[in-house]
Design a protein around this ligand. Structure first.
Ligand code: GTP
Length: 247
C-alpha cells in the first residue's frame, strides 16, 4: 500500500509520516518511508528513499538561488531521475506492507512540478491524504475551500484523495468542525446565509460537491496523540483491497 501525505507547509506531513509509520510497525506491519522533500533538514524517521541524496534546496541556495528558485531547480534536477525513484518505490512496495511518501513542504511544488505528477501517475493506486490544519478553518467558506481543494488534488494527481484534518489534539470541540466537513447539506445551509460575494460563490461551488466529490469519509488525525490512526489504517486498507467504499 502506498500512502502519500500532501499538504501546505506546516500542515504536519512529516510528523504524521513518522508517527503513523511507528503506529503501523507497532501493529505488526512492515513500513518503508520515502522522503520527497529536497528542503527538509531533519527527519523524525529514517527514509528508505531520500531525494536529498541527489540534490538539496539548501546546497542550491549556496549556489546563489533564492529559496523558491532553489526548490524549483531541485525538482528540475530530479526530473530525469523520476524513473529510478519509481523503481525504488515499487520495489519497496513489493517488500513491505506500507510505503509512506512524505511530500515537499510546499504543496505546489508537488502538484505543479512534473516530478510529483509523473511519480504519482505511475504508482499503482496510491492513496493521497490531503492534510490541512484546523487553524485555516475560520468561516464556512474555508470548509468549502478545503473540500474543493481535495478534489483539485485528485484531479491533478489522478489518485484517490482523502481529506484529513491534522492536529486534532489542538481543537477544543471537534464536533464543531465535523458538522461542516462531514455534512455537506449542513455546510450548504450555512453558506446560503452568507451575504458576501465569497459566500455566494462558496454556496454555488459547494452545492455541486455531493455530485462531484468521491464517496469518501473525512479523516481526523493527530500525530501527537495517534487519534484517527485506526481510521487511516482502515481506509488505506479498504482503498487497497477495493473491499470498502471509503464512506
Ligand atoms: P514542512 O516542514 O513545511 O514540510 O511541514 P510539514 O507539513 O511536514 O509539517 P511538520 O510535520 O513539520 O509539522 C509542522 C509543525 O506542526 C511542527 O511544529 C509539528 O510539531 C507540529 N505538528 C505536526 N503534527 C501535529 C499534531 O498532530 N499535533 C500538534 N499539536 N502539532 C503537530
Amino acid at each position: 500500500m502506498i500512502v502519500a501525505f500532501v499538504g501546505t507547509a506546516g500542515s504536519g506531513k512529516t510528523t504524521l509520516t513518522a508517527a503513523f509509520g511507528r503506529y503501523l510497525k507497532e501493529n505488526g506491519h512492515s513500513v518503508a518511508y520515502a522522503n520527497l522533500d529536497t528542503g527538509v533538514r531533519k527527519l523524525p524517521y529514517r527514509p528508505d528513499v531520500d531525494v536529498r541524496r541527489d540534490v538539496t534546496a539548501w546546497e542550491l541556495m549556496e549556489e546563489g538561488y533564492g529559496p523558491n528558485g532553489a526548490i524549483v531547480e531541485s525538482y528540475d534536477r530530479l526530473l530525469p531521475k523520476v524513473s529510478a525513484y519509481l523503481t525504488e518505490i515499487l520495489k519497496l512496495e513489493d517488500e513491505r506492507d506500507y510505503v509512506l511518501l512524505d511530500t515537499p513542504g510546499q504543496m505546489e511544488t508537488f502538484l505543479f512540478h512534473e516530478f510529483g505528477v509523473r511519480l504519482m501517475e505511475n504508482l499503482p493506486e496510491p492513496l493521497t491524504v490531503y492534510l490541512f490544519s484546523p487553524d485555516i478553518l475560520r468561516k464556512p467558506e474555508d470548509f468549502c475551500f478545503v473540500r474543493f481543494f481535495g478534489l483539485m488534488i485528485e484531479l491533478r494527481l489522478g489518485t484517490t484523495t482523502v481529506p484529513a484534518m491534522s492536529k486534532v489534539d489542538t481543537v477544543e470541540r471537534l464536533e464543531d468542525y465535523r458538522k461542516y466537513l462531514d455534512d455537506l447539506d449542513y455546510l450548504n445551509s450555512r453558506l446560503r446565509l452568507e451575504p458576501s460575494m465569497q459566500g455566494l460563490l462558496a454556496h454555488r461551488m459547494c452545492s455541486v460537491l455531493p455530485e462531484l466529490a468521491p464517496p469518501t469519509r473525512i479523516l481526523y488525525v493527530s500525530a501527537r496523540t495517534g487519534e484517527g490512526f485506526d481510521d487511516l489504517e482502515t481506509l488505506s486498507y479498504e482503498h487497497y483491497c477495493n473491499c470498502g467504499d471509503l464512506t
